[in-house]
Design a protein around this ligand. Structure first.
Ligand code: KIV
Ligand code: NA
Length: 265
């Protein structure tokens, strides 16, 4: 395999090749993702929701993110692996942000970190970049500040919010971030942002005018029955596939159809 690097992503944007990105949280799923030749794997703090069952991303710890990231890294040969800095691991000051990022890089072997926010965290991003760690930004809907907004509805519909978002994106490019995730903002605005910077803008619920797309793997494989926002396309119905298989197994055990003579020693 030719490894995907932060440089290849910039090249892809230049060549008008869209970037595919998906989340993963464990070794087996990471292997499947890598065999599918997805460009970027995000060890998202959405693990807090889909792996641990929390309502928000706030409870997941740095140690837990490192556990997920190191599991994912062992399953990846090709993709670029980016890890979310979880809530509470970078907001205090640049030193804390750097310390947390170094822990992720050393203890998991990941290739880059991602963090939510614009100018509020500028100094922390600069400190991490100075240490040679690639940083991916995250603007628009930032789930770690859900209690500031109160809802997960579309962001930057107001002119002043759109203006700040555009300024933040330019700033992230200027200080040296290699890409930006843009979550749940109007497609027109997302396109404008993507066209205003040379680094890739990877959207989720941000329309087709950006440089790539990211989805949560459990959602796009249809493992979550309840979660169905408009932006989500389900590429499989694994919930049905898996419950059918499990019910069949249960019935076979009860009726003694499993195991048969060939499935024993
Ligand atoms: O944690 C996550 O899964 C994310 C993506 C939705 C971008 O941050
Ligand atoms: Na995240």
């Amino acid at each position: 395999y030719k490894r995907v690097t932060v440089k290849s992503l910039t090249e892809m944007k230049k060549n008008d090749e869209k970037i595919s990105m998906i989340t993963a949280y464990d070794y087996t799923m990471a292997q499947i993702v890598d065999h599918s030749e997805i460009d970027v794997v995000l060890v998202g703090d959405s693990a807090s929701n889909v792996m641990a069952g929390h309502e928000t991303t706030l409870p997941i710890t740095l140690d837990q993110m490192i556990y997920h990231a190191s599991s994912v890294i062992r399953g990846i040969q090709r993709a670029l692996v980016v890890v979310d800095l979880p809530f509470g691991s970078y907001q205090s000051d640049p030193k804390e942000a750097l310390r947390s990022s170094i822990r992720i890089m050393k203890e998991s072997g990941a290739h880059a970190v991602k963090m939510e926010g614009g100018k509020e965290i500028k100094d922390s991003i600069k400190r991490i970049l100075k240490a040679g760690i690639p940083v991916m930004g995250h603007l628009g809907l930032t789930p770690q500040s859900i209690y500031k907004f109160g809802t997960y509805t579309v962001r930057a519909k107001e002119e002043y919010e759109a203006k700040k978002l555009k300024e933040d994106a330019k700033m992230l490019e200027r200080i040296g971030c290699f890409a930006i995730v843009l979550e749940k903002v109007p497609a027109k605005l997302a396109k404008e942002v993507a066209e205003s910077v040379s680094i890739p803008v990877i959207g989720i619920g941000a329309g087709g005018g950006v440089d790539g797309q990211v989805l949560v793997i459990h959602d796009m494989l249809g493992m979550n029955k309840e979660f169905s926002p408009r932006f989500l396309r389900r590429y499989a119905d694994l919930h049905t596939v898996m419950t059918d298989a499990l019910k069949q197994y249960k019935d076979d055990v009860k009726s003694q159809k499993f195991p048969d003579e060939n499935e024993q020693y």
